[in-house]
Design a protein around this ligand. Structure first.
Ligand code: SF4
Length: 545
């Protein structure tokens, strides 16, 4: 068959890495079809559940890159929705705007989603209604699209009478162009999310004429998925659920993580997740990563692995190790905790300071501060405490409460800090506003000296691959050199993790990581968009390559 899938089948209990196949599906596919697809959202079933995002949600997140999204997929376990719920709970750090779960039972998809944290969206009754032994779940942080329950995933649609649900972590760099193209041809979008583009591409695929009743019930579906994803660019770790199968697929550059595991006492089970911390919580064991460009299909026929896209050199996001991922996770084959600890050790070697104590900016600065302390011999002290009870309502501060945004979340411990020379270790500086307020708070608490150490290189460019970043012009390292930043934040000294030391740490794998926000070497150039001026604001170093 022209464009046929080449694949390797293995029974589910034998979860060996399959032989790679790279035969393309798309040699003859041309986008011509005029088609409008009905898209519906059964999870939005009660408007009284819709909550407003309060200003403090944004306010309290301080000045950092923000997490992307988290996905989880469950196959072959009764009450799959409850496993998905706990999986999403473990991935809450990747998105706090909304959460959703879709399940399959009796040949139909069931879905529930809403704005809020996982524990706010779901309760026992809702999870009990989400019946079935297969599920996908999604935690949303809005990297693309407005904050609205309609943008909360999974998205469930009907394609030629078959329901499909999708959950996506990442960002498509050509989504706006594709969307305009689709709309010109009659597609009607229900959300402002780039993920919906994938569904419309599936609906309008030339392979749409394929019947869903085939030799394998999942084959027409994965042909549409492959066809759709061959047209998108950017970052995607995607899970799709249909009544016949669960599909996990990762973009050819492998920007965002996606791992596969199984329950220790249920050999027929399969779990997919953004991070291995999901496996730790639900008692599953890690099997392997979903490879960049790989599509894994799990059905009653077993586990099938496909490589439908041309192979490319991996470009995994190094920021997962700097800030996003949980320290307990193994991401891209490396311990997140040990990476951060080593970044601190390197900082101590390359940027020593005469100081009395090392303190972290909690919580992502803790492993690097421990590393700095271990390498320098300077005692570690938890001199800053983080409040976990920053509420959801925000009362505008009066002028005399300075730096409220920092003080609400971070408190200095006077008995540790007063009259001490501090090394303060943080994971990153984005706009610099939080660092400036933090240094001021530490000085007002009695610190004699404040030496700031940042466990990543200067951030000079925005991210286009699924990470919420400010406009490039707002990045302090885009506008100032290290000494100017030191003066701005009023530190006694300032040092970043040198980029060459980050490369040295990554060793032979260095070229398989994306470091574009530090280096300007963007693996995929984002398309100019009518909706954004980001490209005009990119650092001069960016796109030199
Ligand atoms: Fe990660 Fe930065 Fe690359 Fe974005 S640009 S994928 S945040 S390393």
């Amino acid at each position: 068959m022209d464009g046929a899938l080449a694949f390797v089948i293995s029974p589910i209990p034998l979860l060996k890495r399959p032989v790679k196949q790279s035969k393309s599906l798309h040699g003859n596919s041309v986008y011509i079809q005029l088609y409008t697809q009905r898209v519906f959202f059964p999870g939005v079933r009660n408007k009284s559940h819709i909550k407003k995002i309060s200003p403090l949600n944004t306010f309290a997140q301080l000045d950092q890159f923000h997490e992307e999204c988290g996905v989880v997929g469950i196959w072959g376990i009764e009450s799959a929705s409850k496993y998905a719920f706990y999986g999403l709970h473990a991935l809450q750090h990747r998105g706090q705007e909304g959460a959703g779960i879709a399940t399959v039972s009796d040949g139909k998809l069931h879905e529930y989603k809403n704005l809020g944290l996982v524990t706010e969206v779901f309760n026992e009754d809702i999870l009990s209604e989400l019946r079935g032994s297969a599920a996908i779940g999604h935690n949303r942080y809005s990297t693309s699209g407005e904050k609205n329950v309609r943008n909360v995933q999974p998205f469930t649609v009907e394609l030629s009478g078959i329901q499909v649900s999708i959950a996506h972590n990442g960002n498509l760099t050509n989504a706006n162009k594709l969307r305009r193209h689709l709309e010109l041809r009659g597609s009607i979008f229900n959300t402002s999310s780039d993920t919906e583009v994938i569904l419309h591409l599936m609906a309008t695929s030339l392979l749409a004429s394929s019947s869903f009743i085939g030799k394998n019930s999942y084959e027409p579906l994965i042909q549409r998925v492959s066809d759709a994803l061959s047209r998108v660019e950017g970052a995607y770790s995607v899970l799709l659920l249909s009544p016949s199968c669960l599909v996990a697929v990762r973009d050819p550059l492998g920007f965002r993580p996606l791992v596969m595991g199984k329950m220790k006492n249920r050999m027929e089970s399969i779990i997919f997740a953004s991070e291995t911390c999901v496996f730790d919580l639900i008692g599953a064991e890690f099997v392997r990563e979903v490879d960049p460009g790989e599509m894994i299909v799990v059905s009653k026929d077993g586990l099938h692995s496909f490589f439908p896209f041309p192979s490319q050199r991996r470009k995994a996001c190094i920021f997962e190790h700097i800030y996003f991922a949980r320290p307990t996770s193994i991401v891209f084959g490396r311990s997140v905790y040990m990476s951060r600890f080593r970044f601190g050790e390197i900082l101590a070697e390359k940027a020593p300071a005469e100081a009395d104590i090392v303190i972290p900016v909690p919580e992502s600065g803790i492993p690097a501060a421990l590393g700095y302390s271990a390498a320098s011999g300077i005692p570690y002290q938890p001199g800053i405490m983080r409040s976990h009870y920053v509420g959801r309502t925000f009362i505008q501060p009066t002028q005399d409460i300075r730096d409220l945004s920092v003080r609400l979340k971070l408190s200095a411990v006077r008995s540790i800090i007063a009259n001490k020379r501090l090394v303060v270790v943080d994971d990153s500086i984005v706009r610099g506003t939080t660092s400036r307020k933090l240094v001021r708070m530490l000085r007002e608490t009695g610190a004699k000296e404040v030496h700031v150490r940042i466990a990543c290189p200067p951030i000079i460019g925005s991210c286009y691959y699924g990470v919420d970043t400010p406009n490039t012009k707002e990045l302090i390292s885009h506008n100032m050199n290290e000494e100017e930043i030191r003066q701005y934040i009023d530190a006694d000294s300032l040092a970043f993790l040198p980029l060459d030391q980050l490369h040295h740490f990554l060793g032979e794998e260095s070229s398989s990581f994306c470091d574009a926000c530090f280096s300007g070497n963007y693996p995929i150039r984002p398309l100019p968009s009518e909706d954004t001026t980001q490209e005009d604001n990119i650092h001069p170093k960016v796109f030199q390559q």
